[in-house]
Design a binder for this molecule. Structure first.
Ligand code: SF4
Length: 304
């Protein structure tokens, strides 16, 4: 299947009608995005915009023969810029440091056990279960989301329900999947090709009550788990979905609309910022931007 066909199928699956003149040269990227609300905390009610894309979707899907992306690349990951407000509260007590140091030594099984037993923040009191992660344990791509919602809390897996289905469709369009081709593959498995399977984890492992925004202290106390997952997977590319995931990884309070469209770095690993699928379900026009972000992610991964 050609990239154009894949692109059309992808956009159709994402609910977009695409007009793409066959003979036209590649048009410049869609109009610069206004700074968006940046939100992705899934279930917060947002007024739905008109579900119509009036302009042609001018997205050039990357093909293997095409040169690597020209998106600006931020310098190798450094601590937050001096101008940025701290995104995650510093939890500086000795017990926290000791706990973080211990978590940094854990392998997959003990790490999952530690998450399941964690009572480091108040979210342990309201969760049904923790949501650890899913996918290939050495995947080339790692997807980092925000916090579990109701379905994730019920099923114990990140990105399930309508938002998860949209994510799966998006990943399929760029040749990626959370599952092995056989349909098997859960948790820390290694079935299938790590270049074609992703690992998915959330920033927070427990659902905030009524899907409220995570508190800075909760993000800080849960951070060692995600950090260790990143160390174990050793992804070649990280796709960050949603505002609080961006806060955690890039230590930035900037809106998604301001951060997307370029390559950031987390400890040297390329990071692409995009919208959370739950946000996309409510904001149809931004699906075209998410597709651009996926194309940038693929082009970046292909150029590594
Ligand atoms: Fe522990 Fe993270 Fe759950 Fe808080 S959210 S109880 S830190 S696993």
């Amino acid at each position: 299947m050609s990239w154009n066909e894949r692109q059309r199928r992808m956009l159709a699956a994402m609910g977009l009608r695409m007009f793409a003149p066959a003979a036209s040269p590649a048009a410049p990227a869609a109009a610069a995005s206004p700074a968006d609300a940046g939100t992705a905390v899934a279930e917060r009610p947002v007024e739905a915009p008109a579900a119509r894309v009036s302009a042609p979707v001018a997205v050039q899907a990357p093909a293997p023969a095409v040169a690597p992306p020209r998106a600006p690349v931020t310098p190798a990951r450094a601590p937050a810029p001096a101008s940025a407000a701290p995104a995650v509260a510093a939890v500086a007590d000795a017990a926290f440091a000791e706990r973080a140091a211990h978590i940094a030594t854990l392998g997959w099984g003990p790490l999952q056990d530690a998450v399941a037993a964690c009572t480091a923040c108040g979210l342990c009191e309201s969760r049904r279960q923790t949501v650890f992660g899913v996918g290939h344990a050495q995947a080339d791509w790692m997807i980092v989301g925000e916090a579990p919602g109701e379905q994730e809390d019920l099923q114990g897996e990140p990105f399930v329900g309508p938002a998860g289905q949209l994510l799966d469709q998006m990943l399929r369009a760029v040749g990626q999947s959370r599952l092995a081709a056989s349909g098997e593959g859960r948790e820390d498995d290694q079935a299938g090709d790590p270049a074609r399977r992703v690992y998915i984890a959330n920033t927070l492992k427990c659902r905030p009550p009524r899907n409220r925004n995570p508190e800075p202290d909760e993000l800080a106390r849960c951070e060692p788990f995600l950090k260790r997952q990143l160390e174990l997977v050793k992804p070649k590319l990280i796709l960050v979905m949603g505002r609080f995931a961006v806060k955690q990884l890039l230590k930035s309070d900037d809106a998604i609309g301001k951060l997307r469209g370029r390559v950031h770095r987390y400890e040297g690993v390329p990071v692409i910022v995009t919208y959370h699928p739950a946000y996309l379900l409510r904001n149809m026009p931004d699906k075209a931007k998410a597709w651009e972000d996926l194309c940038l992610a693929k082009a970046t991964a292909d150029g590594l």
